[in-house]
Ligand binder design. Structure first.
Ligand SMILES: Cc1cc2nc3c(=O)[nH]c(=O)nc-3n(C[C@H](O)[C@H](O)[C@H](O)COP(=O)(O)OP(=O)(O)OC[C@H]3O[C@@H](n4cnc5c(N)ncnc54)[C@H](O)[C@@H]3O)c2cc1C
Length: 396
C-alpha cells in the first residue's frame, strides 16, 4: 500500500482547503447528531449544499453523466478527510438519498427515475427515508410481510414499517414490499419509490430515550403506488437492498467523528478532577482512553484496506462489518467513559444548570442505538464476519 499523493492530488487538497476557508458555515463543530436542533441552521446548510454542488462535490464519486463529480477514490478520500478535519457538515443535505438511494437509482433505476430523483438529491432538495424494517423483520429482513398487490398500473400497499429514520421530514421513501407470497422469501420482494404524501400513509414518531424522536412507525392502508415507481424488476428488491446495505455499513463507520469525540474526552479528562488530581492522570482513565484510541486507529487502518480494494476495482465486501462492529463498541464506551470522568456530576443531564458541558455526554450515552443497532446489530455483524471472512459454518 502506497498512500503518497501525486502532485495533482495535493493540488486538489489545496483546492478543498481554500473552499473550506471561504464557504464553511458557522455551525460547524456543533454536535452533528442533533438533527432537531440543527433544523434552525437549515438555510446555512442549504447554502453549503449549493456551494458544494456548484463544485460537483455532492455525489463526488457518482458518474458525471448523472450529475455526479466523477471523482477518483483517492480524491474522495482527500475531500472527506479535509472536511472531517474541520468538522464540516455532511457533503450534501439529502443523507439517505446520497448514501444509498442514489447509488441504487444509478444501478437499477430507469432513465426517467434518474432524471426525476438524482438532481433533487444532489441539490439537497429532497429527504429520503428507508422503509425496510418491520415489527417481525429486522435482522431477518427477508421475513418482511408488508404486501403490495398489482392492480392495473398501480401496486396497492398494505402493512407496517418500523424504526423508519427521518420519516417525519422525508418527502420520499425507498420501500420494500412482498409482491409474491409464494416465492422463496428472498425472491418475492420488490422495491418501490413512494412519495410520503400519498393518501393512506400514516407516520407516528417514536420517542427515544435521549428525548428526541428521529424515527417513526409508518402504516400503509390501501396505498396506491404507480408501477412506474418500481426500482428494478418485480422480485428483485433483495438485490437492490443488498447493495444499499453494503453502502450503509461503510458510510456509518466514520473514523473522523470518533477521533473528534476522543479529543473531546481527553479535553474533558484534563478539565475534571478525580481524587484531587486531573482525571487524565488517573491510570484507569488513561488505560480506557488508550484502548479507545487503539480501536479508532484499527478502524482507520481497516478503512485504508477498503480504499485499497476499491482502487483495485474490487467491491467492498464483508470487511465493512468489522468497522461497524468496532464503532458500536466505541459508541457505547465513549459515553460511559465520559460519565465516569464526570464522577458524581455524571448523573446530571441537559436541563440541570450544573450539568458538565451542558449535558453533552449524557446525550451521547443515550444516543447509541442508531450506531449500534441501525444497519445491523453487533450479533449480525459477528455472524457476517464469522461466515464470510473466517469461513465458519453458517448460522442456523
Ligand atoms: C436508531 C435506529 C434507526 C433505524 N433506522 C431504520 C430505517 O431508517 N429504516 C429501516 O428500515 N430500519 C431502521 N432501523 C431498524 C434496524 O435496521 C433494525 O432495528 C435492526 O436491523 C435490528 O432488527 P430488530 O430491531 O428487528 O431486532 P431483532 O432482529 O429482533 O434482533 C433482536 C436481537 O436478536 C439478535 N439476533 C437476531 N438474529 C440473530 C442471529 N441470526 N444471530 C444472532 N443474534 C441474532 C440481534 O442481534 C438482537 O440483539 C433502525 C434502527 C435503529 C435503532
Amino acid at each position: 500500500m502506497d498512500f503518497t499523493f501525486s502532485p495533482e492530488e495535493e493540488a486538489f487538497r489545496a483546492e478543498v482547503r481554500a473552499f473550506i476557508r471561504d464557504h464553511l458555515p458557522k455551525r460547524s463543530g456543533q454536535d452533528q447528531m442533533d438533527v432537531e436542533e440543527g433544523m434552525s441552521d437549515l438555510p446555512a446548510l442549504y447554502q453549503w449544499n449549493q456551494d458544494l454542488h456548484a463544485k460537483r462535490w455532492v455525489g463526488f464519486n457518482w458518474p458525471r453523466e448523472v450529475g455526479g463529480g466523477g471523482g477518483t477514490i483517492s480524491e474522495q478520500m482527500i475531500l472527506k478527510e479535509e472536511m472531517a478535519r474541520v468538522k464540516a457538515p455532511m457533503l450534501g443535505l439529502s443523507y439517505m438519498g446520497l448514501a444509498w438511494v442514489g447509488p441504487a437509482l444509478i444501478k437499477y433505476g430507469t432513465q426517467e427515475q434518474r432524471d426525476r430523483h438524482i438532481g433533487p438529491i444532489l441539490r439537497g432538495e429532497i429527504q429520503w427515508c428507508t422503509g425496510y424494517s418491520e415489527p417481525g423483520a429486522g435482522s431477518d429482513l427477508a421475513a418482511l410481510q408488508c404486501k403490495a398487490v398489482r392492480d392495473g398500473d398501480d401496486y396497492v400497499v398494505n402493512g407496517q414499517k418500523i424504526w423508519t429514520s427521518l420519516a417525519m421530514w422525508a418527502q420520499w421513501m425507498i420501500l420494500l414490499v412482498r409482491t409474491d407470497p409464494h416465492a422463496s422469501k428472498h425472491l418475492g420482494i420488490t422495491c418501490l419509490l413512494v412519495p410520503m404524501s400519498t393518501p393512506g400513509i400514516t407516520v407516528k414518531p417514536i420517542k427515544e430515550m435521549n428525548g428526541g424522536a428521529m424515527f417513526a412507525e409508518v402504516f400503509f392502508e390501501e396505498v396506491r403506488v404507480p408501477v412506474a415507481n418500481r426500482l428494478g424488476a418485480e422480485g428483485q428488491g433483495w438485490d437492490v437492498t443488498k447493495d444499499a446495505l453494503a453502502n450503509e455499513r461503510s458510510s456509518i463507520a466514520d473514523v473522523w467523528a470518533l477521533k473528534h469525540r476522543l479529543e473531546a474526552i481527553r479535553d474533558l479528562a484534563t478539565r475534571r478532577t478525580r481524587r484531587g488530581r486531573p482525571a487524565i492522570e488517573d491510570p484507569a482513565i488513561r488505560q480506557r482512553i488508550a484502548r479507545m484510541e487503539t480501536q479508532v486507529e484499527a478502524m482507520r487502518l481497516n478503512g485504508l484496506r477498503f480504499v485499497t480494494k476499491q482502487l483495485r476495482g474490487e467491491p467492498l465486501g464483508a470487511e465493512t462489518s468489522i468497522n461497524k462492529l468496532i464503532r458500536a463498541r466505541i459508541e457505547i464506551e465513549s459515553g460511559r467513559l465520559a460519565r465516569d470522568i464526570e464522577g458524581s456530576f455524571g448523573i446530571l443531564a441537559k436541563k440541570s444548570p450544573h450539568a458538565v458541558d451542558k449535558g453533552r455526554w449524557q446525550k451521547v450515552m443515550l444516543s447509541w442505538p442508531p450506531f449500534v443497532i441501525g444497519g445491523g446489530t453487533p450479533n449480525i455483524q459477528k455472524n457476517v464476519i464469522a461466515e464470510r471472512i473466517l469461513g465458519l459454518p453458517h448460522d442456523v
